[in-house]
Design a protein around this ligand. Structure first.
Ligand SMILES: O=P(O)(O)OC[C@H]1O[C@](O)(CO)[C@@H](O)[C@@H]1O
Length: 317
């Protein structure tokens, strides 16, 4: 078993600790979540969760925030900027926090690195303990930053998320491999708060298995990208309860064109249970999506401990 796969299975004791962590309130300013790669995709889900729970939030990629901030917020500075970073050292996220603080914005870092550049750059920080040996591909830390952020958004999480995530993980572990054979075109679909999770699933698969993967909003996929679907395609559809019927139609469309469908929280050739109907399902899905990347990597004999061209931290000179 690779380091990455072991960490995916061993993340749950850290979830238990994070469920008990004391977290700050974010106040009433518009919240901007900033991060890079995985951390940016988590930012997207968290912004949606805050909006759905009555606060105004947006997600901006770290580089965009430092290079093109006005395109997102004009000249506003009455903002709370929340930087997400496992390592605490990604240059764009560090600079985003530092420059936002200098411009008079409130700043908070959410990180798995207690003493790091982001904790020094932000006025406040939330440190979440994770697995010491996580390796290059971000798995446990991503789940933990999402867990903390969802709690800050007011999502009521308890230990049932651990049980539900383990159930989803066991299901994909047992039944995922039978769907992979002959599939080389991977598409992740998710709406609203699950769009960021779809993006993260696609990124995990890319990083771990060096496969091409794409992500779209479910109904948006029919506007062009569906032309690529054939019997080499595998669609991972993350269902949003309120729009299940529309999404089932997309599943039937791609299925008719030859795709295999894994439905998280809904219908598919393989259906993965994700617990309840609320925002907790975003978190519950994550470990199973992480493991699916590992499973595709295994079919290609790729060791996910040290994926090609990847480093744990990307810094700019
Ligand atoms: O959360 P951090 O440490 O800032 O790092 C984000 C990094 O994680 C990755 O998503 C790798 O898993 C990279 O894309 C990105 O550089």
């Amino acid at each position: 078993m690779s380091v990455t796969e072991r960490v995916i299975h061993e993340q749950f004791p850290f979830w238990k600790k994070a469920l008990a962590l004391e977290l700050p309130e974010l106040g009433n300013r518009t919240i901007v979540f900033v991060g890079c790669g995985t951390s940016y995709y988590l930012a997207q889900t968290l912004a949606a969760a805050f909006n759905l729970n009555g606060k105004t939030a947006l997600a901006v990629a770290g580089a965009e925030w430092i290079l093109h901030r006005a395109a997102y917020v004009g000249n506003r500075t009455d903002l709370t900027v929340v930087g997400l970073s496992r390592s605490g050292e990604s240059t764009e996220t560090v600079r985003a926090l530092r420059e936002s603080a200098a411009a008079g914005m409130d700043t908070l870092a959410i990180t798995c690195a207690e003493d790091s550049a982001v904790t020094r750059a932000a006025a406040k920080s939330v440190f979440i303990e994770t697995h010491a040996e996580e390796g290059v591909v971000m798995t446990s830390s991503a789940s933990l930053m999402l867990l903390a952020g969802l709690r800050m958004a007011g999502v009521d999480l308890d230990e049932s998320v651990i049980t539900d995530a383990k159930t989803a993980l066991q299901k994909i572990e047992a039944d995922g491999p039978r769907l992979i054979d002959g599939r080389s075109h991977f598409v992740y679909l998710g709406a609203a708060a699950l769009y960021g999770i779809a993006a993260e699933g696609a990124l995990k698969l890319q990083e771990m298995s060096l496969s091409y993967s794409q992500f779209f909003h479910p109904l948006e996929y029919r506007h062009g990208p569906i032309s690529l679907v054939d019997d080499h395609t595998l669609v991972v559809l993350l269902y949003t309860p309120a729009t299940r019927e529309e999404e089932e139609r997309v599943a039937r469309d791609v299925s008719d064109k030859g795709a295999a469908v894994i439905g998280f929280g809904g219908a598919g050739d393989l259906s993965i249970p994700v617990g309840g109907e609320g925002l907790a399902r975003a978190l519950v899905m994550l470990p199973a999506l992480q493991l699916f990347g590992e499973q595709v990597a295994a079919t290609k004999n790729i060791d996910t401990t040290a994926p090609r061209h990847l480093t744990k931290v990307v810094t700019l000179a």
